[in-house]
Design a protein around this ligand. Structure first.
Ligand SMILES: Cc1ncc(COP(=O)(O)O)c(C=O)c1O
Length: 379
């Protein structure tokens, strides 16, 4: 079976060093906020070019604490793209604020800044801009859309750590940026983990308090927080994985390039802007007869995943907030399908995936008009 994300091969490559790092943690025994957490935060801040990094328990908690740090609560509105993972909007609802779902662009699948402009109201407190599948949205245009208003931008960079927008690293661009270290993410740990990034010292201090029950010093709680710390053991794993991360990004891009070269005349995929680099958290194509395709790939023993099958506003838990018609989000959720990708995807496995898609296209006899994926890309 072809692995959808090959974490075992990665582990085999780094096994000795990971074990050494873990052994060190077991020896010093500081499992909560041990020295590895601060070492990692320093390295991640440097990697992104942000002033501050705060290691937290997951990408979801990173988003939640970012909203709390910006004082988002009941009566506030937060603009989110309607095409994303559930957590992007879930955190808004948890705090009693209202998610405002706006549409994405049909070509790059990212939040449409023109829709942001249309949906700003006197209640808008923040915009969560999602860097979907590893590519950042057009932050300059989103900044312009805010037009000097007191609205914060949060980057949901759960999928994009390591990518860049106009030469700036993802997670260094917004008021607060959030990422996830879920195992299958481009930089993933061996459990749950995440981080917040900011250049604002006050926000960084608030985030550090929020992750320890709002504690400013031991057993003094100035605000309501959560238990939202990154585990020392996960930080140790991430320190080791960071050593090979740049090389892994190159490998991901090579695999994506091969998919694009072989498939661009057969299927549509996410447009990558010339001002962006991406980490291909997912390599996602659009397929008209998706159910048929899913069954076909299953028969070929090729794993595929749908990221994501519903617009957020159609999720039962969020449907009460539904407002706008978001045609592109509808269109994409009905057609997207992600192919196996990871730095360790074997050549012969990728060839099997490509051959299967070609075979499917031949049997259905349908050719789509396709964007030339790498037309403007620097890759
Ligand atoms: C876009 C997006 N936001 C938020 C999250 C939440 O991250 P985590 O699973 O670490 O809580 C994810 C994780 O899949 C994600 O893809």
């Amino acid at each position: 079976m072809i692995p959808f994300v090959d974490l075992r091969s990665q582990y085999k490559d780094i096994e000795d060093n990971v074990k050494k790092r873990l052994h060190k943690v077991l020896e010093h025994g500081q499992y909560i906020l041990g020295p590895e957490v601060e070492e990692l935060e320093t390295k991640l801040a440097k990697f992104t070019g942000s002033d501050f990094c705060v290691g937290v328990s997951s990408g979801t908690d990173a988003l939640l604490m970012a909203l709390v740090a910006l004082d988002v609560g009941p009566g506030d509105e937060v603009i989110v793209p309607n095409f994303s993972f559930f957590a992007t909007a879930e955190v808004v609802a948890i705090l009693g604020a209202k998610p405002i779902f706006v549409d994405v662009n049909r070509d790059d699948f990212l939040i449409d800044w023109k829709e942001v402009v249309k949906n700003i109201s006197s209640k808008t407190k923040a915009i969560i801009a999602v860097s979907l599948y590893g590519q950042c949205p057009d932050f300059d245009q989103i900044e312009k859309a805010i037009d000097g208003k007191n609205i914060s931008i949060i980057e949901d960079g759960a999928q994009s750590f390591g990518s860049s927008y106009k030469g700036k690293k993802s997670c260094s661009i917004s008021t607060i940026s959030c990422t996830s270290f879920f195992p299958s993410k481009p930089l993933g740990c061996y459990g749950d983990g995440g981080a917040c990034f900011t250049n604002n010292k006050k926000i960084a201090t608030t985030l550090k308090e929020l992750r320890v029950h709002g504690q400013s010093k031991k057993y003094y709680h100035g605000r309501i927080g959560i238990n939202g710390r990154l585990d020392t053991i996960q930080a140790a794993v991430l320190l080791e994985k960071l050593e090979i991360f740049d090389e892994e990004i190159k490998l991901r891009n090579n695999i994506a390039k091969k998919y694009s070269e072989e498939l661009h005349f057969l299927v549509k995929t996410q447009k990558i802007h010339e001002y962006n680099t991406t980490v291909f958290a997912q390599y996602t194509i659009l397929i008209e007869e998706r159910d048929k395709f899913l069954n076909f790939m299953k028969d070929q023993k090729i794993p595929t995943t749908i990221h994501y099958p519903l617009p957020l506003s159609k999720q039962p838990a969020l449907s009460k907030y539904a407002q706008n018609l978001t045609e592109n989000s509808e269109y994409l959720t009905q057609r997207v399908i992600s192919l196996p990708i990871s730095p360790y995807l074997k050549k012969e496995h990728q060839e099997r995936v490509i051959e299967s898609i070609k075979k499917f296209k031949k049997t259905t006899g349908k050719m789509q008009s396709c964007n030339k994926f790498f037309e403007n890309s620097k890759l």
